[in-house]
Design a protein around this ligand. Structure first.
Ligand code: UDP
Length: 413
């Protein structure tokens, strides 16, 4: 019932020329002390969204450095994902809590999945709230359990967090992106670790400009006109409607401008399609607004091409966990404009490596500034790329996990 995810192979050594020998050596030293450790990652889906993005890199790299890491996806049906989507939103502040029945559904799926967790793991990392109750229900505990929270729980719906807290507060360790995200009531052992992107994954690897143009051109984008782009799920907090509004303001000044909204549909996101349809309606058949999703064949390479080719990349979120798309875009050396929320300010120094905005108008003004001044765009992109190189690439993330595993083992777990 728990589905193993096949992740393929990756070699840490391949990252040396990007992140430098020092970090690679540090990782190897840590890994030597952890050799053979059995590590299980558990998550709700292997497709769509930031968590799966991260695990497709982290798990093979853990194996490459000598750990025995696996990733399994829990079993859930529509009723479960409807409940967990509500929970996800409520934890990020939505006033609607789960019904009694939905809480029961969440618990019983967790109970069901808990029976499937095998023995003998040194560390089990449970990602996000969907499977968070596993720790309470698995009888044969792994030596080290970690709850890895990928969302912003700093201002949650109080009823929802109160109900969830008993299931998460006693994990021997938990990880949040930022101190601000830690809800009141977590017991001890909270670790702050920001995620990272994989510079060698097809989504982020260097794509020659001509190839990017070729790919983007296949989606009816006019390559000779400026392009604004946002890559994200169709979700109210990613604010694609706000992006359309900002684009319309820009268009009054630069009539040539085009917009691409690229969004994948995740299997654990039943609301996605409704919001996708609202976005299409808001675009009102304007020919220069291109709304694309993975059902139009927009996969990793296409996302790479759009981010590499766009004249300005936007992530106008009004709430955000970390926002991997931010590092992804900046890593391509593109000028970036994003909402000043969640993990976005961690990744962007306002005015130096991109712009942080609070409103549609501000977003439009910053995009205009960049589109009217290509040298400004290039300089923001250059500074941004170096910042991402230093802080938000996968080897640094792997190192932080290994440090945590060392900490867990030295605590006698
Ligand atoms: N993504 C994608 N295709 C899309 C939309 C998003 O591959 O059409 C990826 C995106 O590139 C990023 C991840 O999904 O790697 C989204 O992670 P993020 O942290 O930005 O947001 P989340 O969806 O987890 O809230």
């Amino acid at each position: 019932m728990l589905q193993p995810v096949i992740v393929g192979n990756k070699q840490l050594a391949d990252y040396t020329h990007i992140v430098g020998r020092e970090l690679i050596e540090e990782i190897k030293d840590l890994a030597k002390q952890l050799e053979g450790s059995r590590v299980l990652h558990l998550s709700a889906t292997a497709f769509g969204g930031g968590v799966s993005e991260i695990l497709y890199t982290l798990v093979p790299l853990m194996n490459d450095v000598g750990l025995a890491a696996e990733w399994q996806v829990i079993y859930g049906r529509e009723d479960f994902f409807n409940a967990t989507k509500l929970m996800h939103n409520a934890l990020q502040g939505n006033p609607q809590d789960l019904t009694r029945k939905q809480w029961k559904t969440w618990r019983s799926y967790n109970q069901m999945n808990a029976r499937e967790v095998s023995d003998g793991w040194d560390v089990i990392i449970v990602h996000d709230p969907q499977p968070a109750a596993l720790y309470s229900f698995v009888p044969a505990k792994a030596a080290g359990w970690v709850w890895r929270c990928h969302i912003d729980v700093s201002a949650p719906n109080p009823e929802t967090i109160a109900r969830l807290l008993p299931y998460i507060c006693d994990y021997p360790a938990s990880i949040f992106h930022m101190q601000d995200y830690v809800p009141h009531g977590m017991n001890g052992n909270v670790h702050i670790i920001a995620p990272a992107i994989d510079p060698l994954a097809p989504k982020n690897m260097a794509l020659p400009p001509d190839d990017a143009r070729h790919i983007v051109g296949q989606f009816d984008i006019d390559l000779d006109r400026p392009l604004m782009c946002q890559v994200s799920r169709f979700d109210p907090w990613k604010d694609p409607l706000g992006v359309i509004d900002a684009y319309r303001i820009v268009k009054q000044r630069i009539p040539d401008v085009q917009l691409a909204l690229v969004g994948s549909m995740a299997t654990d996101d039943p609301e996605g399609w409704d919001y996708f349809n609202s976005t299409v309606a808001h675009a009102d058949s304007e020919p220069d607004i291109h709304i694309l999703n993975n059902f139009n064949n927009v996969g990793n390479i296409e996302v790479n091409a759009f981010q590499s080719h766009a004249d300005v990349v936007v992530q106008k979120s009004t709430r955000e966990g970390f926002g991997l798309t931010v590092s992804e875009a900046i890593w391509k050396g593109r000028p970036f404009v994003g909402g000043a929320v969640g993990g976005i300010p961690l990744q962007v120094k306002d005015g130096e490596s991109g712009y942080l905005v609070k409103t549609v108008e501000e977003c439009a003004a910053r995009c205009l500034e960049i589109l009217q001044n290509p040298e400004l765009g290039r300089s923001l992109g250059r500074t941004g790329k170096e910042y991402i190189r230093q802080h938000f690439l996968s080897p640094r993330y792997l190192r932080d996990y290994l440090r945590l595993f060392m900490h867990l083992s030295s605590n006698g777990r």
